[in-house]
Design a protein around this ligand. Structure first.
Ligand SMILES: O=C(O)[C@@H](CO)OP(=O)(O)O
Length: 247
């Protein structure tokens, strides 16, 4: 069976190089175009879906909307889960990544961004960026509302969504698309391909580029590949383990 993962198109904060996390920013013009291109390449490759999963953040939701619209699949069920939200970036949310590196050093910023167990500085609950202030998250328990997260924290909630909802759908033969975020998809790929903490540090998933996983009956990956119109994906973004198929 095939599972399609897609990171949202470029957002306005990707463009401005800001730590985003749970900040609910829009797609850039380029991001909107990437979503339309993704739909086109999915259609060209004959892919179809029975159900879609996304986060509660509009950059992922809008990417999915555009894809479903372009594919004439707006009627399929869409499950929106906070557990697929981007990794919470704590007190770094809204800061420019380059300026933060100038202040704290490249090495520290690299650790915050890519070390699996390192958490960025926490928000306080008084901070306007604390998700507990948003009605969007009114149904979450206090212990579920993040003040910051490392990739392991994110992986834990992503895998809850995976096991509770996505796995049963896949096992029922449904064709699933997941429109989510750089770090939620890194967490899922880490799990599916059993990648080490060091390995996952070097994996960056490009925006708006469908990543197809072919899974066996037990949902073990057989092979995986990106789909793009010209057969290429952005320079420097090809994760080592994805350069060739694993079969
Ligand atoms: O800012 C973010 O939320 C993420 C994704 O854009 O950034 P990073 O690549 O540093 O994990």
């Amino acid at each position: 069976m095939k599972l399609v993962l897609i990171r949202h198109g470029e957002s306005v904060w990707n463009l401005e190089n800001k730590f985003t996390g749970w900040t609910d920013v829009e797609l850039s013009e380029n991001g909107l175009r990437e979503a339309r291109m993704a739909a086109k390449v999915l259609l060209e490759n004959g892919l179809e879906f029975d159900i879609a999963y996304t986060s509660r953040l509009k950059r992922a939701i809008r990417t999915l909307w555009i894809i479903l619209h372009e594919m004439d699949l707006m009627w399929i069920p869409v499950h929106k889960s906070w557990k697929l939200n981007e990794r919470h970036y704590g007190a770094l949310q809204g800061l420019n990544k380059q300026k933060t590196a100038e202040i704290y050093g490249e090495e520290q910023v690299h650790k915050w961004r890519r070390y699996v167990e390192v958490r960025p500085p926490e928000l306080t609950k008084e901070d306007p960026r604390y998700p507990g202030h948003e009605f969007k998250y009114h149904d979450l328990k206090e212990e579920e509302l993040p003040l910051t997260e490392n990739l392991s924290d994110t992986e834990k909630r992503v895998l809850e969504e995976w096991h509770e909802h996505i796995v049963p759908d896949l096992l029922a033969g449904k064709r699933v698309i997941i429109a989510a975020h750089g770090n939620t998809l890194r967490a899922l790929v880490k799990y599916l391909d059993n990648i080490s903490s060091d390995g996952i540090a070097n994996l960056n998933i490009p925006t708006g580029t469908p990543l197809v996983y072919e899974l066996d009956d037990e949902l073990k990956p057989i092979r995986h590949y990106y789909l793009s119109l010209d057969g290429t994906i952005p320079e420097g973004e090809i994760p080592k383990h994805l350069e060739s198929s694993t079969d």
